[in-house]
Write a protein that binds this ligand. Structure first.
Ligand SMILES: [Cu+2]
Length: 745
């Protein structure tokens, strides 16, 4: 398949080989001011924080409303000053549940019950002037919507009241308005004065979120998802678990068939870097981007990936957990930016696979059909594994959780077996009071599978493009030669995945990059069907950001001449449960089967946070979006009418199902893009849309819309037969009359 080197040749840009870009960047980093050296830090000394023991579980099984605050705090992450051994304290951001838990990183674990809804009033208390980490304001990011692109400067958040955030419940079958989508963020001050609060995302609806919990039990988690700064907000500490329990799980617990109580422990693994004083460090120096092939990167700059040289477990560096010689259930989460983990347990002296196995019992969002014994367990960012480990027979021993996943995975640099090759330790005691447990042979009454035949199969692509600064820009896209959108697509380009409510689809996702990507769909769980090798020809494509049409394009691509190779490999045993995030390997197509069973706007994206922040993320819609066409106030559009036109929401391009205003406007724009000589159409579409927005804002002189509509009608009549169906054309013309009537002309 395509390598980064091939891509550079293809796009005719000059540049060095980029096979191990992170290593090259690290050489630059080594020249920079001293960071905390992980080799000076204690390992397996700090006790692993146990969230239940620490009183940080919130029993929300009765439902109700909780208030969760996002705020700064400071904690010991287990770091010490290497000169004198005194503890270092790290400023972090965390979640706290009013009346239940303080603000902590990681946040409290919610325990919820299937079919008992939960409301959370989220409060943004991050009223700080500066982020804990350098913000690249040239990305498509939250405050960029407000025109805030202060290239080369430290972002001053005080002028916005603080940092934009929006919490997402990962794995939740959640209504769109409560899903915590990237453009639904808000800054501090909203709660005190919602009527006058200006600084909220263009799609913000509310901050009191409802979680229906109408799905089977699973290992959900919540984390920040604000547009273009998700990686930084999560890195600062905004993540926590959300266990949803159902009758099947409670019955297994009651019958003592799976470990529970103090023998069920949540574990989140994250990598970090630190400055010498113990504060969080996140590399963003343009020299690093240049080492990785960028030409004129901003300062600070986003980088293609992040790999930290410290491993934190539940917010503590290389901790140790005392366990009894019995079975434990660990709810594992990879909460890292870019790092995959390939985990095994051993006695530490060698790399041998000589420790207890992982017996995986659950995937992201529910139980597997049957326990899957694994010598090694690979977890991509965002993935969870519900595993049982049996420490019987290991009395008195210290066992190490090891990792050898390359960075980037799976073809990058090897890890250091003494540093990022180690995660944590288990110190096994001599006795246990736990009753013995025999795991059941089957964990579910029926295997997890989606029975219905698919309505359609989509072909999608993961691609390494190059942005206007010459930086690697991973993108999603479609493979559909009949579509004008074929190939890579930026976040704000036309929405191309619009299943009807209830549709079952197969998504064939072709990875045309050199790295594995953990691809996540909001709202749904899916069945991983299989993976297959393929080859293809890559053609160049220019992607223009509709919000910044005059900027240099992103150099993307299109896949053609796809040849499948060999036989498909079925999903692994430990993927045969409900998944919401799946590993997709280079040179392979990964097939998933999904039922879209809730209407509204959602997203799908790579869960490498550095990728999703750089637009490896796309909106999708189920059915007709239930919100009104213009969810904003007239005052908003009056203020943003020009930006509103160029930033027009292209999901309405999906040609119509109803003879409505939406169909007219998106159909017109669709025509603008379809038609030869599209610029003329595009201009026309923008004029019509601008006129409509201005009517809503109460600012348009009647003559303007009338003139535009007469022109539109004439041109549609002249050109539509070449690009549009008769029905679409009729819908346009019918609506043109309506719109003219609306104007009273
Ligand atoms: Cu990715």
């Amino acid at each position: 398949m395509l390598t980064r080197r091939d891509f550079i040749k293809l796009s005719a840009a000059a540049g060095a080989a980029l096979m191990l870009p992170w290593q090259e960047a690290l050489e630059v980093l080594a020249q920079m001011p001293a960071l905390l050296n992980p080799a000076t830090q204690p390992q397996f000394v700090n006790p692993m924080p146990v969230i239940k023991t620490a009183g940080l579980r919130v029993d929300a099984t009765a439902g109700g409303t909780y208030t969760v605050r996002m705020a700064p705090t400071a904690q010991s992450l287990g770091l010490v000053n290497p000169l004198n051994g005194t503890p270092l304290i790290t400023p972090v951001w965390g979640y706290g549940v009013d009346g239940h838990t303080p603000v902590t990183y990681p946040g409290a674990t919610f325990i919820a019950r299937k079919d008992i809804p939960l409301n959370i009033q989220w409060i943004n208390d991050l009223a700080v002037q500066h982020h804990l980490l350098p913000v690249d304001s040239t990305l498509h990011w939250a405050l960029g919507h407000l025109g805030h692109h202060n290239h080369g400067m430290m972002v001053d958040f005080s002028m916005f009241g603080g940092v934009p955030v929006v919490p997402h419940l990962h794995g939740g079958h959640t209504e769109s308005d409560s899903d915590g989508l990237p453009e639904y963020w808000w800054t501090p001050g909203y709660h005190a004065d919602p009527a006058n609060h200006l600084f909220k995302g263009p799609r913000f609806v509310k901050s009191l979120y409802r979680y229906d919990n109408d799905q089977e039990g699973g290992t959900l988690w919540y984390h920040d998802h604000a547009l273009g700064i998700t990686r930084l907000n999560v890195y600062a500490g905004l993540a926590g678990f959300y266990f949803l329990r159902d009758a099947n799980e409670l019955a297994l617990i009651a019958a003592n068939r799976i470990p529970s109580g103090d023998y069920e422990i949540e574990i989140v693994i994250q990598d970090r870097m630190f400055a010498a004083d113990g504060s969080l460090f996140y590399p963003a120096d343009p020299a690093m981007a240049i080492a990785m092939g960028a030409i004129n990167p901003p300062d600070p700059t986003a980088l293609p990936e992040f790999f930290g040289n410290f491993i934190l477990v539940n917010g503590k560096a290389w901790p140790v957990l005392n366990v009894e010689p019995t079975k434990y259930r660990f709810r594992l989460l990879n909460g890292s930016d870019s790092r995959f983990y390939n985990l095994w347990i051993n006695t530490g002296a060698t790399d041998a696979l000589n420790g207890p196995q992982f017996i995986q019992i659950g995937s992201d969002d529910g139980f597997l059909n049957a326990p899957a014994p694994l010598n090694q367990l690979t977890l991509g960012p965002g993935e969870r594994a519900d595993v049982v480990v049996d420490f019987a027979g290991w009395q008195g021993q210290t066992l190490i959780v090891r990792n050898n996943a390359r960075v980037p995975f799976p073809r990058g640099a090897t890890v250091n077996p003494r540093l990022d090759g180690r995660i944590m330790a288990f110190r096994v005691g001599q006795t246990t009071s736990a009753a013995p447990i025999t795991l059941p042979a089957t964990l579910r009454s029926t295997p997890y599978t989606i029975q219905e035949p698919p309505i359609r199969t989509r072909r999608l692509v993961l691609f390494e493009a190059m942005d206007k600064f010459g930086r690697l820009q991973p993108l999603l896209g479609i493979i559909d030669p009949a579509s004008p959108f074929d190939g890579t697509l930026l976040w704000d380009e036309a929405v191309t995945e619009v299943p009807n409510l209830g549709d079952v689809e197969i998504w064939e996702i072709f990875n045309a990059t050199v790295d594995a990507h953990p691809i996540h769909l909001h709202l749904v769980t899916f069945e991983v069907l299989n993976r297959q090798k393929y080859t293809a020809t890559i053609l160049p494509k220019s992607n223009i950001d509709p919000l910044h049409p005059n900027d240099p394009p992103t150099l993307g691509g299109r896949l053609t001449n796809i040849q499948l190779k060999g036989r498909p490999t079925l999903a692994a045993a430990n993927e045969r449960g409900p998944k919401d995030t799946a590993q997709m390997f280079p040179g392979e197509v990964t097939r998933i089967k999904v039922r879209f069973d809730r209407p509204g706007r959602y997203v799908w994206h790579c869960h490498i946070l550095s990728h999703e922040d750089h637009e490896m993320m796309r909106p999708y819609y189920v059915g007709i979006h239930p919100a009104s066409f213009y969810p904003q106030s007239a005052a908003y559009w009056a203020e943003h009418r020009l930006a509103g036109v160029s930033g027009f929401d292209f999901h309405w391009l999906q040609l119509g199902r109803l003879g409505s205003e939406e169909v007219f406007l998106h159909g017109l724009t669709y025509g603008a893009i379809m038609a030869p000589g599209g610029n003329e159409w595009h201009t026309l579409a923008r004029q019509v849309i601008a006129a409509r927005l201005n009517i809503l804002a109460g600012v348009t002189p009647p003559a303007t819309i009338q003139t535009v509509l007469q022109s539109a009608t004439a041109q549609i009549t002249a050109k539509a037969p070449n690009s549009l169906s008769d029905a679409d054309k009729a819908a346009f013309l019918a609506f043109a009359s309506t719109l003219a009537g609306f104007n009273g002309a």
